[in-house]
Design a protein around this ligand. Structure first.
Ligand code: NAD
Length: 482
């Protein structure tokens, strides 16, 4: 049992102003495994005030960027040392298999912290441009106080993408972790202290939707960096529009994996199983629509069903486990509801969709065949281990189906011909893509087209999200060309 009775505000461990708590329930045992305070509106007010002071009075925004980058690098080092401990907390609170928690969650988060430390050390914060009326100095300055609102499915990696960039930029922040996964942010707060980040620069207040909404609308917040569902993203976008706050919205997806007819299926399934089903399909970039040519349709369906059946489902703390439970009882109900819906819509359930154990919120990975792209199971984000195999006529038809979605977050193409794959990649309207592989990389922008979001995280583009640009015109050599 992991119990915390404090919040990390203004560099200190302080009691909540309220008495409510967040109970963390293990999706494997269905028992309470942790407890934290549920941040109140007053707690959010205190956290924003601390972040505001740390920004307005400094020194963080004016600290040499190299020093800021070095502090971010120290967090990367501390996270590497505490990788297993943090990974076990993630596994306990949201059921991600521990091997994935170690490598895909904390390991990737550590890579993100490291990458931004390097970027910050060499970034061009000012440049000079010759202009008709003199010289323009273009400066990049921090956007201000950032509200970082995060989901439960990738708690460390999402926080890393936001905080590492915000800190390198010189911003201060209030982080609001999800009520379903608030435990792993506690060691992170300790690392922030240990890395020598000044008080108030980072504040962490776990809480529910009410605390999140209060934070987003708070007049002391300059920018909202949100990762979560489309429904919440729409509400947050509207609030930010009203107040003209900057915002990035990293939302959901319904990504298509196009299996071209020259693909070698054993290798394809070896990688696609991760791209489609990692974290039990509870990832925004999950490739949950699999597009197969009519010529090889049955072969792809059989290979996918066999792959799904072979995935080892069970106790997420067992290093051999590949698929854990779903995060909550309501998430399991939602997934089972979609399995039922798929049947009613006329799709053919080839495997899975069952409860394998009497306890724990497990559902075996489901593969639907004979799916049409206008069925709800092909259009809506399920956020669980449910795959739809959709037939296509030719390459143009495959691209058309991939693009026929309100989402545009990720996708992949599987082929023996890399050039052919790259040509397909250029035609699909999504923010990230893979050719015979898929992965989110710290050095490359992550974000969505269409309803999958607004703005980018990660890569230099992710740093730009936390920066304002200022042009300073001063006397100097006039440029002769316009
Ligand atoms: P969610 O939208 O329910 O909640 C996300 C966060 O927002 C939580 O911290 C929640 O407490 C908070 N929140 C809820 N209502 C709010 C409001 N009105 N104002 C402010 N904050 C509010 O999402 P979730 O169920 O936690 O996460 C799953 C979703 O996240 C999926 O749709 C998934 O695709 C998406 N996701 C996207 C990415 C990406 O990079 N694009 C990454 C991970 C997850």
């Amino acid at each position: 049992m992991t119990v915390h009775d404090r919040l990390f505000i203004d560099g200190d461990w302080t009691e909540s102003t309220g008495t409510a708590t967040l109970e963390v329930i293990s999706p494997h045992t269905e028992e309470v495994v942790g407890r934290t305070p549920a941040g109140t509106r007053k707690d959010i007010d205190r956290a924003v005030a601390a972040a505001r002071r740390a920004f307005d009075q400094g020194p963080w925004p004016h600290t040499d960027p190299g020093e800021r980058a070095a502090a971010v690098g120290r967090i990367a080092g501390l996270l590497a040392q505490r990788r297993d401990e943090v990974a076990e907390l993630i596994t306990e609170e949201m059921g991600c298999p521990v091997t994935v928690s170690r490598l895909g969650q904390v390991g990737e988060a550590q890579a993100v912290w490291s990458w931004f430390a390097e970027l910050g050390a060499g970034f061009t914060w000012e440049d000079e441009r010759a202009a008709p009326m003199g010289t323009v100095t273009v400066r990049r300055e921090p956007v201000g106080v950032v509200a970082a609102v995060v989901p439960w499915n990738g708690p460390q990696i999402v926080v890393a993408g936001k905080l590492a960039a915000a800190l390198v930029a010189g911003c201060t922040a209030v982080v609001k972790p999800s009520p379903l996964a608030p435990l792993d942010c506690y060691p992170l707060a300790e690392m922030i202290q240990e890395a020598g980040i000044p008080p108030g620069v980072v504040n962490i207040v776990p809480g529910g939707a009410d605390a999140g909404a209060h934070l987003v609308a708070h007049p002391g917040v300059d920018m909202v960096s949100f990762t979560g569902s489309v429904a919440t993203g729409r509400r947050i976008g509207a609030v930010c529009g009203e107040h003209l706050k900057r915002c990035t919205l990293e939302l959901g997806g319904k990504s298509a994996a196009i299996v071209l007819d020259d693909a070698e299926l054993t290798a394809t399934m070896g990688s696609l199983r991760t791209a489609a089903l990692i974290n039990s399909g509870q990832t925004c970039v999950a490739q949950t629509r699999v597009l197969a040519s009519r010529a090889r349709y049955d072969e792809v369906v059989d290979a996918l069903a066999e792959t799904a059946r072979a995935m080892r489902t069970g106790d997420p703390s067992d290093p051999a486990t590949e698929l854990g439970p779903l995060v909550s009882e309501s998430q399991r109900e939602r997934v089972e509801g979609y399995v039922e819906l798929g049947r009613k819509e006329g799709a053919r359930l080839v495997t899975g969709g069952e409860r394998p154990f009497p306890r724990g919120w497990y559902v075996t990975p489901a593969v639907f065949a004979d799916v049409a792209n206008d069925m709800r199971i092909a259009r809506e984000e399920i956020f669980g281990p449910v795959l739809s195999v959709i037939p296509y006529d030719d390459e143009d038809d495959a691209v058309r189906i991939a693009n026929d979605s309100e989402f545009g977050l990720a996708g992949s193409v599987w082929t023996a011909d890399r050039e052919r794959g790259l040509a397909v990649a250029r035609r699909v309207r999504t923010g990230t893509y893979g050719v015979n592989t898929y992965g989110v990389q710290a050095c490359a922008p992550l974000g969505g087209y269409k309803c999958s979001g607004v703005g980018r995280e990660l890569g230099p583009e992710g740093l730009e999200s936390y920066l304002e640009c200022k042009s300073i015109l001063h006397e100097g050599t006039a440029c002769t060309t316009t």
